[in-house]
Design a protein around this ligand. Sequence first.
Ligand code: F58
Length: 834
Amino acid sequence: LQEKGLDKQEIQNILIEDARTGLSVEALKRAISNNLFYVQGKFPEIATRNDYYMAVSYAVRDRILKRWVASVKQYLDGKHRVVSYLSAEYLLGPHLANNLINLGIYKETGQAVKELGKELEWLIDKEIEPGLGNGGLGRLAACYMDSLATLEVPAIGYGIRYQFGIFEQDIRDGWQVEDTDNWLRRGNPWEIERRELNYEVKFGGHVQHYTDNNGKFCSNWIPDLVVKGVAYDTPILGYDVNTTNTLRLWKSEAPKSFDFQLFNAGGYNDAVRQKIVCENISKVLYPNDEQEEGKILRLQQQYFFVSCSLQDMLGIHLRQGDKIQDFYKKFVVQLNDTHPAIGVAELMRLLLDKYQLEWEEAWDITTKTFAYTNHTLLPEALEKWDLELFGRVLPRHLELIYEINRRFMDKVTVKFYGDHHKIASLSLIGEGPKKYIKMANLASLGSFAINGVAALHTELLKKTVLKDWYELSPEKFSNKTNGVTPRRWMVLSNPELTALISDKIGEGWIKNLDELRGLEKFAQDQDFQKAWMDVKHQQKVSLSKKILQRLRLRVDADSLFDVHVKRMHEYKRQVLNALHVITLYNRIKHNPDIDMVPRTVIFAGKAAPGYKMAKQIIKLITSIGEIVNNDPDVRDRLKVVFYPNYNVTNAQKIYPAADLSEQISTAGKEASGTGNMKLSLNGALTIGTLDGANVEIRECVGEENFFLFGLNADEVEEVRVNGYDPYSYYNDNPDLKLALDQINDGYFSHLNTDTFKTLVRSLMFDDQYLVLADYQSYIDAQDKVAETFRDKSKWAEMSILNVARMGKFSSDRSIKDYCDEIWKVKPVPVKLKN
Ligand code: F58
C-alpha cells in the first residue's frame, strides 16, 4: 500500500476497516481480488468474465450482509410490526448495478474494477436477470420491495424460486419462438440457501374427523404427497440507508423420509417419480399474462409457497414468545392479487388444526391479518378453481372453504333476504355445470382491506367486479395508485439524465420524487432545454447501436422514437399502433415527396405461448417492418423495430431513449400500467387513452402536455351496449379500409392471405377492444404529436414539465400510503455498530 503512494492515514483506514466491508476503492479492489482467488479459485490470467462478475458480486454482497444482519437483529430485538408481501411473482431485474447504486459505491467499484484491468459495465452486462414474473404485477412487487427497504419499513417478501423464469423470446421468420430461461446456469451470488429453514407442505389424500378426549371436534389431514419447501434468501437493500429486507423464495424438494419409505418397500421407481413430482412444483413460472391457467400444478404452486410462508411467519412470531392470538399484530399480510388467496384458508387450517383455536377466534385473527390488492378487471384473469380439482389437491381447505361460506351465507341471506342474484354473486362457490371456487371472493371476505391500483380502476372495481363486496363492506375499499422506483428506473438506467437533473436541483429527488417540481422553472430555459435534448439524443444513439447490433437494422437517432413496449395483448392494442404505421406508409407511397416527421416505431413484448392472436400480432408487426424498412420510397422517414425478448434488462435500455410513450389500451381495461410511469419519468410524452393511471398522469403533467385520444371507459361501455359495428368504421374510413385490405390481401405477407386471416376477421367483426372505433381519433392525435415534435423547443419544454410533475408516481409514495392507511406500520431505522 505504501508503494502505491498511500499515506499512513489511508493505510491505517484500510487496515482498520474490515476488509470485507470497506467501501473505499482500495478495500473493494482487495475484496474482488480475494474473491477471485478464494471463492472462484482463479487468478487473473485465467479468470473468465463470469469469474470477475462473481468476484465483484460477492464483494458487494459482503457489504450488504453487514447491513442485512443488522436489520434482522434490530427487527427481532425490537419486536417490530412487519409487512409480509405474498406474491407469486417478483420481476427483479439484474441485481449488481442496483445494489451498487443503493449502497452508494457505483463509482468506487467502477474504479476498483478498472484498476484490476476490467470494465464494470462489461461485468454488469454479464448478469442474467431473474425473470420470476410475467409483467406489471411482478415488477410492481419488485419496486415495492425497493421502496419498503428505502423507507426503512420492516418487510419480508415471500414467493417461489422458479428454476425457470419467464421464457426467452426469439423472433424467427417474424414469429415468436420461446426458449427456456435457465437463469441459474452460471450460479446466483445474490441468494443464500437456507437448508435448515424448511417446511413440509401436504397435498391430496383425505381428512379424518374425530372427537378428542376433551370432546373437541378435530380434523386430521392424511395427504398422499408431502413436499418440502427450502428457503432461499435474497437481500433487498434500500437506497442510502442500512435497511436490508429479505426476499424469501421457496424451492420445492422431496422430503428425505418420504422417498425412503417407498424405497424400502421396493418402490424405487415410485420414489424417483415422487421426487420429480415434488421438484416440479417450483420448476417453472406460468407464462400467462392476464389469463388464468386452471391447472393443478398452478394451484400446487400457489398453495406450496403460501403454506411455507405462513408456517414461517407463525414460527417467527412464536419464537419471540408472543401469543398466537397476537399474530395479526406482528404481521400484516398483503395478497398480491388472488394468487396467494388460499392463504386465508391455510391460516384458518393452521390456527384450527395445529394450534387448536376455536373457529371464531381463528376467523377473527385471519381477517385482521390479510389485505388484498386487485390488479385486473378482465374476466378471463379472475381466478376460479374447479371445485372437484380443488378438493383433490386440498381436501382440508375445501372443507374449510365450505364452512367459511356456510357461515357467511347465513349472514348474507338475512341481510339480503330474497336477493338471490346478490347472494349467489357473493358466495365463495360458483354454481353451473361444474362448481368452482371464486378466489377474489375468498380474498375479499378474508381481508380487512381491498384496493385497486389506480383511481379509475378502483372506481370500476366498486362498480363491476367487486360491486357486491363494496356494497357489503365499503369501509374495506381504498385506492393505492401504483408507483415505480426512481432508483432503478432513473438513477440506474438513465445516469445521464440523473446527472443533469441533480446538477440543477440537487439529489433529494431520488428519495423524494416530488422535488422534481424544481425543474419546472427551467422548462423554458434555452440552455437547459438543449442539455435536456442532448441527453435524450445520446440515449437514442445508444439504443440505435443496440438495434443495429441485435437486428442489423439502421435507425436514425434524429427521428421521433415512438415506443410501444409491454406484454402483447389485444386489449393493449398494439394493432392500433400497427394501423397507424401502415397509414404513414401509405401516405408516403401515395405522395413519395411528402414532408413528414421521421419516425422510428419501436415495439417489444412477449406473447403468452398459447395466445395465438397475440403471436399473430407480433408477426404482423415484423411483417410490416419487413416491407416498410426495405421500401426505397420510404427512405429514412419510417422504420419499424420489434426488439426481441423484452425484459427488465432491455427495458432499462429502451425507456431512456423514448420520445413518445404509447399507452393506448381500450379504456377500462388496463388496471393501472407502470410502463406509462417509467417512460414519462424518462422524458417521453404520452399518447394515450383515459385508462388506468394514464388518467392521473395526465392530471399531473397537465392536459396540454399529454396527447389524449379515444373513447373513455363510459363511452366504451355505451358503444358495447348499443352494439358495436366495426364494419361501419371500416366502410366509412378510406385510410382504415386501405390498411385493413392490405393486411387481408397479403400485402405484408408475400400475398399469403392466410397469415392474418383470424386477426382481420376479429378486427372487423367481433373485436372486444374497439380498435376501429378509436382509429381516426388515434391518427389525429399522432398527427398532433408529429406537428409538436417539429418544434424542438416546445417539445423539450413539454418533456421537462412531464418529468417535473411525475413525483406522485414514485413507489415510495405508494408504499407510504399502504403503510399509513392499510398496514399501520412505521419505519425502523437500522444502525450499524462500529
Ligand atoms: C398488471 N397485471 C396490470 N398480471 O395489467 C397492470 O395494469 C398493472 O399496472 C400491474 O398489474 C400492476 O398493478 C399483471 O401483470 C399478471 O401478470 C398476472 C400473472 C398471473 C396470471 C394472471 C395475470
